[in-house]
Ligand binder design. Structure first.
Ligand SMILES: Cc1cc2nc3c(=O)[nH]c(=O)nc-3n(C[C@H](O)[C@H](O)[C@H](O)COP(=O)(O)OP(=O)(O)OC[C@H]3O[C@@H](n4cnc5c(N)ncnc54)[C@H](O)[C@@H]3O)c2cc1C
Length: 407
């Protein structure tokens, strides 16, 4: 193997060590003070414990509850699903085969995640643009923190890096429908903080809620707060003159010409990746990406004796300026792997660092992976753990996509 530069010193496990690593080694790559999420830790152990602790009973009726937190019935698995610590097939089978309303609803949500992945694998950076309608949008939005509902969501997003789906819809609707902000700026605000932040699900969520990518806009008003966060309005100073007392007025949104990729694929292999491990050359390292950071990552498992390389992509991260809690989550995960494998961490450009090597890697259905992978001489590419492998049909809507796949 060609010599690699000296890696960063591997972090020890635990929150303090991860925060120190981010503060000392990743300066300039994040936007706020260094502090991990108040509610989630990274790592395979944390992911496995979250899945083991999740009981689907009661999910259908409590998934959308927002406040107080003991009422929330959402699974809270998303940060682990996002980074491949839990795969969708694994989470799907966790809830068993006994049919129930809870199992059906939960599996439908998993299918939304899979849909988001197919949608983004197909459309890539096209998803930066509104796909069906163009909501009116100015750039600057100041959320009114005197509203207890907005304050609650902002606080949870910025300190935990997570929100229940219902709260995300409130925020996205409020940002766009009432405050007339650009949905893309709201999406970036979420992406900065969400531990599960992915361009796939986040952009789909924003496009769907704001009407940019769906048939209508989602409305947010006091009614939902009273239903999903009972008692919160009683703590709100603005309650007597609630700014969201009534249903919002919806703009008549101009239509956008549908992108041809919504209906059919041009390159199914580029979208879905290999169906079986594809060996081109003998690999000399395992390249771990943020899409697949499990101890059971297929490329990692297939090459138990090779060093594992993870690159903090310097130009990308310095332009994204994510919240430090996202980086702390990744470092906690990497520190866990380093307990079992030789892990080499770098702050560099992946395509420069891995040039001259023949990495084994697990395919990731995102444009960033494709860009880097094309410039490298990959040794082995392992299949992405799809719930349903893409087949090239329509991704124009969730129902059209399901119909195309026959699921
Ligand atoms: C504006 C907006 C932004 C969003 N941004 C993201 C994001 O960046 N990353 C992300 O993973 N999800 C995103 N979602 C989807 C959803 O809100 C989260 O997946 C969910 O709240 C995560 O919490 P949970 O794990 O408890 O989910 P649960 O409700 O318990 O669902 C289980 C799993 O199903 C998947 N899922 C559930 N709902 C959706 C959905 N609507 N779209 C896609 N997958 C879903 C997730 O993987 C989730 O972990 C967004 C939704 C909206 C409306």
């Amino acid at each position: 193997m060609e010599a690699m530069p000296e890696p960063l010193p591997a972090p020890a496990t635990g929150r303090d060590a991860a925060e120190r690593f981010v503060a000392d080694r990743l300066t300039g790559l994040y936007s706020d003070e260094v502090a991990g999420s108040e509610s989630f830790s990274g790592g395979q152990g944390a992911a496995d414990a979250a899945l083991a602790g999740f009981n689907v009973a009661g999910y259908a009726s409590s998934r959308s509850e927002v406040w107080p937190s003991p009422r929330q019935g959402a699974s809270r698995l998303s940060p682990y699903i996002r980074h491949g610590l839990l795969t969708l097939p694994q989470v799907w089978s966790h809830v068993g085969d006994k049919p129930s309303r809870d199992v059906t609803q939960f599996r439908d949500e998993l299918r939304w995640q899979e849909y988001a992945r197919h949608w983004y694998a197909r459309l890539g950076t096209v998803t930066r643009h509104s796909l069906r309608h163009e909501p009116v949008g100015s750039t600057s939005v100041t959320l009114n923190q005197e509203m207890a509902c907005i304050d609650l969501c902002t606080e949870e997003l910025e300190s935990d890096g997570w929100l229940v789906n219902q709260a995300r819809m409130w925020m996205a609707s409020h940002w766009t429908v009432r405050e007339k902000g650009r949905w893309q700026d709201g999406e970036q605000y979420f992406f900065t903080h969400l531990l599960d932040g992915s361009r796939a699900a986040n952009r789909l969520g924003w496009q769907w809620t704001t009407g940019a990518g769906s048939s209508k806009q989602y409305g947010f008003s006091r009614w939902q707060v009273e239903k999903r966060a009972p008692g919160l309005c009683g703590q709100c100073e603005l309650s007597p003159a609630c700014p969201v007392e009534h249903w919002p007025e919806f703009d008549d949104l101009p239509k956008v010409e549908p992108h041809p990729l919504l209906r059919r694929t041009y390159d199914i292999t580029a979208e879905a990746g290999p169906a079986a491990p594809h060996r081109r050359k003998t690999p000399d390292v395992v390249w771990l990406t943020a899409e697949s950071m499990a101890l059971h990552d297929p490329a990692l498992a297939a090459n138990p004796d090779l060093p594992v390389v993870f690159v903090f992509d310097e130009p990308l991260l310095s332009s994204l300026q994510l919240s430090a809690k996202r980086l702390v989550f990744l470092v906690e995960t990497l520190a866990g792997i380093a307990e079992q494998r030789e892990v080499r961490l770098y702050r560099d450009r992946p395509r420069v660092l891995l040039a001259g090597h023949t990495p084994a890697v697990t395919f990731a259905p995102v444009p960033g992976f494709a860009r880097i992978a094309h410039s490298l001489s990959l040794g082995e590419v392992h299949p992405f753990p799809w719930l349903s492998r893409p087949t090239g049909g329509s991704v124009a809507s969730f129902s059209a996509w399901r119909k195309g796949l026959g699921v």
